[in-house]
Design a protein around this ligand. Structure first.
Ligand code: ACM
Ligand code: ZN
Length: 618
């Protein structure tokens, strides 16, 4: 008897979960795996699938006498082999039919902020390809270091070495070059990585950042900045395009990838307005905004790539100032960029920061190494559906999904692995498995086991079985005297972080590990007054502030609590000095021991942001 066994997937350990699995009776005696590639029966059956699935589709049939892989392509056979490698031997009889939900299932490593060498990258290709990821996006250039040998521009090596091993050392000493930290991939390294990835049916997509995040490039080649200190390349100068074309010639020669990533994000464009070359370019081309000037650069580069048979992909800022005709958008600032790209008939890869940025802490930040702000446990990644909210008639343009590991605060290779595994498995399953077979609990079991397997092979993974989980306070509803009270804001909350708006600070809901959610954000001091509705005995007042220094969020410098019975005359009952601006979650509270109707709670900024969640009155 055949049983449908999605329930048994956990025991089988296949990750990502296959489209379907029917288990038969007993195990096979077969010693060899037979392969039928491109045979008519399977080709006919898989004709119903979209082209990209068809390419990777496979069927594994295990009978007492045979183990047979059927697929249309070597890639399909390879995917089948990765599945078999996850099964215990001797294989149980049954039939697995499988194909991907999305064509692009990616992982990005930022080897600019902290360099990772060839051997480390090869090691990650082993692990990433085992879960059927098929794109390795290498962020090769950024202000913190140029990481690829370019033979026509040997001076770029100057941009590969900086003063300060860690991000903090580098940025706190003036972000200077010419030090001893760094390195770059030689062209031989790059070729070896590409060949190794190809053997694992992964494509390496190289990213050469332009025009922003390019201070190292301008440092090495000052003639292509508006001035020698520019952070952005100068789109006004022809020398810039000559440089970029020469670099891209070598990049295209090294990386056969159909897509070449040109960055495009967060260009400050600071010097463009005053640069004579930029101004001339804008006048000559009839451009009225600096966004259009960036778009001019991207369009010109796109023409160059297209003329060489390649496609341009860039971060979603490339939508600003007009998208190049054939460009593909990598949507990182939420999902809007992807939605807009699809609406305009462009392709998109989804990497929204709140679901796909693996530089966020994966567990309670109080126990984790310093992260780049935020909390993104594996469960929160797993529930992401890249198609949610996308125009239904344009889904064929939704190429897929990618996890990004930015490396500012990831100084060591072990730390890279710790941040990647097991969370990248969630990206793998989102990208491969249909929604109908996804199951959080089952996935968790498989991911836990798979990470343990990687540890046995020398990878440094996070241990899911030891996960602490979300901040306990955020699951409680705190009862206190000010619950539901009227709150007057002398300083408004910031529109991006309203939490529960005017009731946020008295709704009994505290925040989680990350800002957002129930945390209300202020880009100012906090000055709010609570009206308890009647004069009552007040014993104690407290509020907690959150800090994520790398996200510009700090503890207050000073907290004052005043009380009043009539709303006119206030008495200060507490005046506290903040002692640890970087402390992650710090309560500022004080005993009161008096009657009051009004409570004024004031917090003074250290700098940038303040975030608080609930002013509790007892
Ligand atoms: C990005 O995170 N700046 C693409
Ligand atoms: Zn310029």
């Amino acid at each position: 008897m055949k049983v449908l066994v999605t329930l048994l997937l956990a025991a089988l350990g296949i990750l990502p979960a296959p489209v379907s699995y029917e288990m038969g009776d007993g195990v096979t005696q077969a010693k060899e795996v037979e392969v039928a590639e491109g045979k008519r029966a399977f080709t006919k059956w898989s004709a119903q699938l979209p082209a990209f699935a068809r390419k990777e589709a496979y069927r594994i049939t295990v009978t007492p006498k045979r183990v047979l892989i059927e697929a249309n392509t070597p890639e399909g056979v390879y995917r089948a082999r990765t599945t078999l490698a996850q099964l215990e031997k001797p294989y149980h009889c049954g039939v697995i039919i499988d194909y991907p939900r999305f064509a692009w299932r990616g992982a990005m490593l930022d080897i600019s902020r902290h360099f990772r060498d060839k051997d480390f990258i090869l090691k990650q290709i082993d692990a990433l390809s085992e879960v059927k990821l098929n794109v390795l996006h290498l962020h090769l250039t950024d202000a913190a270091g140029w990481r690829l040998e370019i033979k026509s521009h040997p001076e770029l090596e100057k941009g590969a070495w900086r003063v300060g091993d860690t991000w903090r050392e580098w940025t706190s000493t003036g972000s200077r070059y010419g030090g001893t930290y760094g390195g770059f991939l030689s062209q031989d390294d790059a070729r070896e990585i590409v060949a190794y990835a190809a053997a694992h049916h992964m494509t390496v997509v190289p990213e050469i950042e332009m025009p922003g995040h390019s201070r190292e490039t301008v440092y090495a080649c000052p003639e292509i900045g508006c001035n020698p200190d520019s952070e952005d390349l100068c789109p006004g100068k022809e020398a810039t395009f000559k440089f970029l074309e020469e670099v891209l010639d070598e990049v295209m020669d090294l990386f056969p990838s159909e897509y070449i990533h040109i960055g495009g994000d967060e260009a400050g464009k600071r010097d463009w307005k005053d640069c004579p070359d930029c101004r001339k370019r804008m006048a000559d081309e009839g451009l009225t905004t600096v966004e259009e000037l960036q778009s001019y650069l991207v369009r010109r580069i796109e023409r160059y790539l297209n003329a060489h048979g390649r496609k341009l992909i860039g971060w979603d800022e490339i939508l600003e100032g007009g998208l190049s005709p054939n460009a593909t958008v990598m949507s990182w600032r939420g999902t809007d960029g992807g939605r807009q790209a699809l609406k305009e008939g462009h392709d998109a890869v989804m990497t929204p920061g709140n679901r796909c940025y693996l530089d966020k802490a994966q567990d309670a930040p109080i126990f984790e190494p310093e992260g780049f702000g935020g909390y993104l446990p594996i469960d929160s990644i797993y529930v992401y559906d890249p198609a949610a909210g996308m125009p239904a008639d344009k889904l064929e343009h939704l190429l897929g999904v990618q996890g990004n590991l930015w490396h500012e605060l990831i100084p060591t290779p072990d730390h890279t692995e710790y941040m990647l595994y097991p969370r990248i498995f969630a990206i793998a399953e989102i990208g491969w498995s249909p929604l109908s077979v996804k199951d959080s609990d089952d996935f968790r079991e498989r991911a836990t086991a798979m990470a343990a397997g990687l540890r046995e092979r020398g990878y440094h993974t996070f241990k899911l079985e030891e996960e602490v989980g979300e901040r306990p306070e955020c699951n409680l509803r705190t009862d206190h005297l000010a619950l539901g009270a009227a709150v007057t804001y002398a300083t408004p909350w910031h529109r991006n972080y309203p939490a529960g708006r005017a009731s946020a600070l008295v709704d009994g809901r505290q925040g989680g590990w990350s800002y957002g959610g129930n945390w209300q954000g202020f880009l100012s001091d906090v000055d709010v007054t609570i009206d308890l509705g009647a004069v009552r005995p007040v014993h104690y007042v407290t509020a907690t502030f959150l800090a994520h220094p790398s996200a510009g969020i700090y503890q207050p410098k000073r907290v004052r609590i005043d009380i009043s019975t009539d709303g006119e005359t206030f008495t200060t009952v507490s005046d506290l000095v903040g002692e640890n601006p970087d402390g992650l979650y710090v309560p500022y509270g004080a005993p009161v021991g008096r009657d009051a109707r009004y409570i004024r709670y004031r917090a003074t900024r250290t700098k940038e942001w303040l975030f608080t969640d609930e002013i509790q009155v007892y």
